[in-house]
Ligand binder design. Structure first.
Ligand SMILES: Cc1cc2nc3c(=O)[nH]c(=O)nc-3n(C[C@H](O)[C@H](O)[C@H](O)COP(=O)(O)OP(=O)(O)OC[C@H]3O[C@@H](n4cnc5c(N)ncnc54)[C@H](O)[C@@H]3O)c2cc1C
Length: 497
């Protein structure tokens, strides 16, 4: 359901609105603008020849390959709500109920995540006692968390510092760094707790700590799902891939809304609104309002000449990159039972690998029968040098990892390589304050909205929420729950591989 909109709009009928970028944020912004104000002349300016941005699905030899995201979380409601509005909800499929969970690499071998260990909360003390991932000292140190004092200083802290304090060095190196650092493709020494994992920092602030807080949360969620009958699993994906969601939004927009092959290079204020310059065009274009949804570094560049201060702040949000190799194999060529959704690898193992996702185990229809689809993540903030490997080197090194870790023999049937250079915003310590500064600078700029994955979360539901809120602010409508959505967006965990 859309939030109730009191249309207190000051935006004149037929105003010209530009949305820069046709990723999920830009598409959502345009969709909600059009829903609320069908009279507006909305144009999405997109540099590439396709819509969806990072959402990209490829069908190949009976395999369904996601080059970017492969699912979204259901606990944050905006993506599901949008799918329902679009009549797309019946396209969503759930994760496979069997073989959920992940392996961790430890001293060259694979071990299952200890049962009951979700993100940062170990909740099953017996599983901690039995896991080969920690020495007895490491286990005692985890259990000592039950008695750990809370930090007096409430300022932001890095993931590494928080985890070492609460759970000890071993749990950080062997479990938390690969599990969470991998999800964020981030350097845990810099990753902000307040911007990414605030609910865990709050468990400490509220005095219960991670083990007690985790057990409490688990109980309340069990209560939730039994009472509501939990319609969806924690993650879902469209049956035909993430690209089909982007295509569905495009279908809901008036024909010709998106202009492809248009590279926006600058924005300045003009007498009648905003003036956009486009690479290769000699005259600039005039718009009444603009929503920018490009990555932090591109947005900073676009704003440089016209909005130097905002540009300077947004430019402080760095980006990391990753390469994603999708490889198809015949099942008979894989020795491992593949009884999990994937494998994550600590940096201290010194392997050219962040994680392996076993796509064909996660969702139905990702590989033909008797075949397997792996997606291997390489690079990130901790191994940026791997992004420079050429295709042959990447394939060879990944083939070797699959062989050593999962007993995968021979050559893949195919390899699809997606290179995501400068695509993953890094939320460093102090990110929340930085975003607040950007927000307050933006308050004085009437016609410009900035949204996307650089600010309040990278997950698809958050990007949809960003687009929806930008649309609501831009048309100056007050939504009854705009403020509450914004508050709930702050510091939310932004899982996602
Ligand atoms: C490999 C990978 C895996 C991920 N997995 C998941 C997952 O499983 N689940 C999940 O929820 N999230 C996941 N994420 C995060 C999520 O996919 C992204 O945060 C989200 O898709 C970002 O959408 P966006 O619209 O903000 O940006 P983008 O998708 O980057 O869109 C920006 C658009 O702007 C265009 N553009 C750029 N410059 C210009 C210009 N100068 N002029 C005009 N247009 C321009 C680009 O071409 C692009 O289309 C993943 C991300 C990556 C990289």
């Amino acid at each position: 359901m859309m939030p109730t909109v009191e249309t207190n709009s000051e935006l004149a009928p037929n105003s010209r609105v530009a949305v820069v970028g046709a990723g999920i944020t830009g598409l959502s912004a345009a969709y909600y603008l059009h829903r609320q104000r069908p009279d507006l002349q909305i144009t999405i300016l997109e540099v590439s020849s396709r819509a969806g941005g990072i959402l990209q699905t490829v069908q190949r030899d009976g395999f369904l390959i996601e080059r970017g995201p492969d699912m979204f979380v259901t606990r944050e409601s905006e993506a599901l709500a949008l799918c329902e509005e679009l009549g797309f909800a019946e396209q969503l499929i759930q994760t496979n109920p069997n073989n959920r969970g992940a392996y961790l690499v430890h001293r060259g071998k694979l071990h299952k995540m200890p049962a009951g260990w979700t993100m940062m909360t170990p909740t099953n003390l017996w599983a901690i006692a039995r896991t080969p991932l920690l020495s007895w000292k490491g286990k005692l140190r985890v259990l000592w968390e039950l008695f750990a004092r809370k930090r007096k200083d409430t300022s932001d802290e890095s993931l590494a510092s928080f985890t070492r304090r609460r759970l000890g060095y071993e749990a950080f190196d062997n479990i938390i760094q690969p599990l969470i650092g991998g999800i964020y493709t981030a350097d845990p020494e810099k990753l902000s707790m307040n911007a990414t994992l605030k609910s865990f920092a709050d468990m400490e602030r509220e005095g219960q700590g991670l083990i007690r807080g985790g057990i409490k949360l688990l109980k309340s969620r069990k209560g939730d799902s039994t009472s509501s009958g939990a319609r969806y699993s924690m993650f879902v994906t469209p049956k035909d891939g993430m690209q089909s969601l982007a295509d569905k939004i495009v279908d809901a927009l008036p024909d010709g809304t998106i202009e492809h092959g248009v590279k926006v290079s600058g924005i300045t204020e003009s007498d009648n609104g905003l003036e956009i310059t486009i690479d290769g065009e000699t005259t600039s274009r005039q718009f009444d309002k603009v929503v920018l949804t490009t990555s932090s570094q591109i947005t900073a560049k676009i704003l440089e000449a016209g909005f130097a201060e905002i540009s300077q702040r947004i430019g402080q949000i760095p980006l990391a990159g990753a390469s994603v190799l999708s490889m198809g194999y015949a099942r008979k060529d894989v020795e491992h039972p593949l009884d999990a959704f994937g494998v994550v690898c600590p940096i201290q193992e010194e392997r050219p690998l962040i994680a392996i996702s076993i796509s064909s185990e996660k969702f139905a229809g990702r590989a033909p029968e008797d075949h397997v689809l792996f997606r291997v993540f390489i690079g990130g903030a901790l191994q940026p040098e791997l992004l420079d490997l050429n295709d042959e080197e990447l394939i060879e090194s990944t083939r070797q990892q699959l062989k050593e870790l999962l007993g995968v023999q021979g050559d893949p049937l195919f390899t699809e390589i997606a290179r995501w250079t400068n695509s993953m915003p890094q939320y460093h310590v102090g990110h929340v304050e930085l975003v607040e500064e950007i927000e307050s600078l933006l308050e004085s700029v009437e016609n410009l909205e900035i949204a996307g994955n650089a600010y309040r979360g990278v997950g698809i539901p958050v990007c949809i929420r960003e687009g929806k809120l930008a649309a609501a602010r831009l048309i100056n409508a007050t939504t009854k729950d705009t403020q509450s959505i914004r508050n709930s967006a702050k510091g939310q965990s932004r899982l996602q591989t």
